[in-house]
Design a protein around this ligand. Sequence first.
Ligand code: TK8
Length: 341
Amino acid sequence: MNPKNSLRRTLVAATAAAAFIAPLAAQAQDIKPRIIRFGYGLVENSNQGRAVKMFAEAVEKASGGKMRVRAVGAAALGSDVQMQQALIGGAQEMMVGSTATLVGIVKEMALWDTPFLVGNAQEADALLDGAIGQRVMAKMPEKGLVGLVYWENGFRNLTNSKRPVTRAEDLDGIKLRVMQNPVYLDSFKLLGANAVPMAFSELFGALETKTVDGQENPFNTILSSKFYEVQKYVSVTNHVYSPWIVMVSKKYWDGLSAAEQKVLMDAARASRDFERKDTRAEAAKAVAELKAKGMQVNEVAPAEVARMREKLTRVNAGIATQVGMELWNDTRAELVKLRGK
Ligand code: TK8
């Protein structure tokens, strides 16, 4: 036989086989559920854990079981920063974490680090869900991440094991853990604390061993992470509104069909509404619970909050430069509009 002919015959056979196998492979993939590893930093019994669970159930239901969310809490898949890298590399599909820990990758996220930016939850929702929040999120895909929705972490308050903080001067000499974020670091240095950046996953241990004296987080987290076991004092400062952001690996997202992407987006929106309601209900009861757990809670007088706020305006210029003057000014204008309503 002519060797050329035989080669051709082999090729024809191979092509026919491939054409036959390809649809079968596609079918097999349809049947096998897509497993989505969804990591988060807090414990299962927290506002974050409850909302991830709700999201998982919504995805499973809407996809008829074809998409399954494997929720992994307590930073078992890594700290915020480690998980962000896993998403970018495609080793993990989804996560929720603080926008503040994302600033090293998406610099515009620093907008949400602005001290005292919003005055209440309604302003936060309007800003985050509106055009400004979307503009910030639109910066993520070029970095390998897709942002779906913002959840509420909440207004942050100070805790420590040394003394009641009723004014900035009381922070003098207090070793305070802050998130791995330059604005937070600068802010608490400006207020006079000895600020130390650290991953949340290491925080409880550091408080317990007195490697640090204090930290700042919303009431919900102070409760769910049992910081009351290792911290005596809470000062109600509400110094910044801190969002969480639910995100997907872009590598993973791009491999999904439009219908699958819609399942995730719809479930994310539902989880956002659920999470904010749940978080606010919990926060409203938190002070009483923290007191019952033995913490000493002190309000900070409005005049002292105003002094802190005044000192912290020094970080604003840096944030404006980092996020871009246009976004900064548009955010200010949007807030003026919201407040006029
Ligand atoms: C959880 C963190 C946490 C944040 C912090 O992974 O680090 O203090 O408030 O919610 O994202």
